[in-house]
Write a protein that binds this ligand. Structure first.
Ligand code: PEP
Length: 264
């Protein structure tokens, strides 16, 4: 689709997965904050997604120091409360001023049996609690080799957005994360990533509306590093990155977040 002339502000999100206890989380965000500045926040949005145990500590730090870094979670349940041992509800996250919630990460789909139906329930629950879902989609290497990558991803997008209003879709984030690129050091080429992100936007224009498709932010995720970020972010349909391993170290993540400095 046509370049939006920068109307969609890139969102650079650090998904720490099961790394960093709450004390380490504080240190990482303190260091990250010293490496970013107002110029950075003018041109990109930044979020950090610690394990649940780090959320309260980071909320306190972010609010006390007035850091323009958004707090994110990695998952939640779709119910508000109840007999769901080990789960955390969207309302509990909203109470901690969580802004973004990752939903349907491939590691959860793969290892924890998360289905498209569950992802759709979570998307709706996160929206109902006033937060923004980052809905992850992506194909396996086998699906790519078989030529099924677009069908797989478009199926996940359709299912995940089922029953979500056009306006809500426009405010969401979708993360395109080819499974074979996650944590492997292999990155999709900028052209391949762009092709899939464009296909997602075209599908959303079809299933929701042109306005929703134009406003929707689409991140790329999969072995994003300081040296490959600028080229990926230069693509017209890529509006940010969901970064796993590359976000654990504040120096690396700061370089990724400030990708525009390296491409100036
Ligand atoms: C992720 O966790 O969403 C991810 C893309 O991981 P990595 O950057 O380590 O590939």
């Amino acid at each position: 689709m046509a370049d939006n002339g920068g109307a969609r502000k890139p969102l650079m999100s650090g998904n720490w997965k099961m790394n960093h206890n709450h004390l380490q989380a504080i240190q990482v965000v303190q260091k990250l904050a010293t490496r970013l500045n107002d110029k950075t926040y003018d041109v990109v949005d930044v979020s950090v997604h610690p394990p649940f145990t780090g959320l309260r500590s980071l909320q306190t730090l972010i609010e006390a120091d007035k850091l323009p870094i958004a707090l994110g979670a990695q998952n939640c349940h779709w119910e508000e409360s109840g007999a769901y041992t080990g789960e955390v509800s969207p309302q509990m996250l909203a109470k901690l001023n969580v802004v973004y919630v990752v939903v349907g990460h491939s590691e959860r789909r793969q290892h924890l049996g998360e289905t498209d139906e569950m992802v759709n329930k979570k998307v709706k629950a996160v929206l109902a609690a006033g937060m923004t879902p980052i809905m992850c989609v992506g194909e396996s290497m086998e699906e790519r080799q078989e030529g099924d990558a677009q069908d797989k991803v478009q199926g996940q997008v359709r299912a995940g957005l089922e029953g979500v209003s056009d306006e809500q879709v426009g405010g969401m984030v979708i993360a395109y994360e080819p499974i074979w690129a996650i944590g492997t050091g292999e990155t999709a080429t900028a052209d391949d990533a762009q092709e899939m992100c464009e296909a997602i936007r075209v599908l959303v224009a079809d299933t929701s509306s042109d306005d929703a498709a134009e406003a929707l932010r689409i991140q790329y995720g999969g072995s994003v590093k300081p040296d490959n970020t600028a080229e990926l972010m230069d693509q017209p349909d890529i509006d940010g990155a969901l970064v796993g391993g590359g976000s654990l170290d504040p120096d690396d993540f700061a370089k990724i977040v400030q990708f525009q400095a390296s491409s100036d």
